[in-house]
Design a protein around this ligand. Sequence first.
Ligand SMILES: Nc1ncnc2c1ncn2[C@@H]1O[C@H](COP(=O)(O)OP(=O)(O)OP(=O)(O)O)[C@@H](O)[C@H]1O
Length: 278
Amino acid sequence: MRPNTTTVPSSEPRELLNTAQLRSALPLVSVRGLQVSYDPKKPVKVLDGVDLDLFRGEVVSLLGASGSGKSTLMKSLTGFAPVSAGTVRVAGHDVLNLRRGELRQLRSEVGQVFQQFNLIPRLSVLSNVLTGALHEAGAINLVGGFSSAHRRYAMELLDRVGIAHKARDQARSLSGGQQQRVAIARALMQRPRLILADEPVASLDPKLADSVLQLLRDIAVQDGIPVLVSLHVVPMALAHSDRIVGLRQGKMLVSGASDQLTAESLSGIYEQGDDDGN
Ligand SMILES: Nc1ncnc2c1ncn2[C@@H]1O[C@H](COP(=O)(O)OP(=O)(O)OP(=O)(O)O)[C@@H](O)[C@H]1O
């Protein structure tokens, strides 16, 4: 079940849902009234009153000018941002009230994909993917420490992202598009419940960018994982996501289904405005 442009309470009678339906209908991520200030002495908040729901199986694009708060919103979901108000729930975790061990557990459930891929350049592609399972394996030797089941699964994932033939190559020998596929396989190795992709295609040419975004969409649909992706190219967001959230100066200016938004309706996100967004 996917939300439409806005969540409006319905007065129509609802069918009773069974537990499985209810689970899939509930958002995996629910953010309400989020405020973030890196410097509490400054009146301007980096995020101010942001609400966000992410449902299983959907891709949501975050759009906004540089500095609008996209990365900060993502960091808030894994407890890395100085939140001053609001609630953040991710996969059953009350993110703002977790102990250290619980926070570690949450982070192990969130796969992350970054603009610069963040692979270990001298390690093989396979070893890089295996690092996604470090939280399960503990502190172990990357060369011999993973079980054969881990290795088999890592190879399956490399096959899935179309790069199994490079498993033994050093990560640094791969092209940018290939490295990003390895990074996605590494994220999947975590068996994530959520994937955050912070400008994952900013370093790729348009064709590779399209193929990486298509891969993320396939994963969302096939694995039922929500994917939150920040992008700078509006047509790419419209083409590759189910919903779009637009931030301007830390406030949510747009939230809607991609097929109901146009590039024109999104242009306001990039206009210079007052802090109050008027
Ligand atoms: N660790 C930090 N300490 C202080 N200020 C920060 C920190 N991280 C981000 N900011 C500030 O918060 C604001 C939002 O930054 P953020 O990185 O979330 O924006 P963004 O939309 O992701 O930008 P970009 O598209 O350039 O990556 C910016 O003004 C930035 O300078």
